[in-house]
Design a protein. Structure first.
Length: 140
């Protein structure tokens, strides 16, 4: 079960709800990143549980056009979903596999990012961020 915490800067008032490093839930893994272009902290999805179409529900049977279209939409995504998008996904039942992603900014994949682990500095002013003692959110 993953945890998100409030991180707050005493100097500039910047606040972020992130894990503070690498964390994992049942269906995806995240790594906290700092985007140097946005000057924000984000939880980037680095590993995601997706349906395995090779061993999926079809079991080698011929599929109708509608079923085939649904399965094609569930192929491995080319880019990772946002943290909120991964939280909102329905849990897959049956066979699955893990899709790996490079950490990237959810605003633009062209932005420059670095991994961020607590205790870490504020992306705006450079002062160390304070972590709230209790988790803001428990996610699975």
């Amino acid at each position: 079960m993953g945890r998100s915490y409030w991180f707050e800067c005493a100097r500039c008032g910047y606040r972020a709800k992130v894990s503070g490093g690498s964390d994992r839930g049942a269906d995806f893994f995240v790594q906290t990143i700092v985007c140097q272009d946005c000057r924000e902290l984000y939880d980037a999805v680095i590993r995601l549980r997706i349906p395995d179409l090779q061993r999926g529900p079809a079991g080698g049977k011929k599929l109708g056009l509608q079923q085939s279209a649904i399965l094609n939409r569930n192929r491995q995504p080319q880019k990772p979903p946002s943290f909120q998008g991964a939280l909102n996904r329905l849990r897959h039942r049956g066979h699955f596999k893990w899709a790996q992603f490079k950490p990237q900014c959810p605003v633009s994949p062209l932005h420059h990012i670095k991994s961020w682990n607590e205790p870490g500095k504020c992306p705006r002013c450079g002062l160390f961020l304070d972590k709230n003692a209790l988790p803001y959110r428990l996610w699975d």
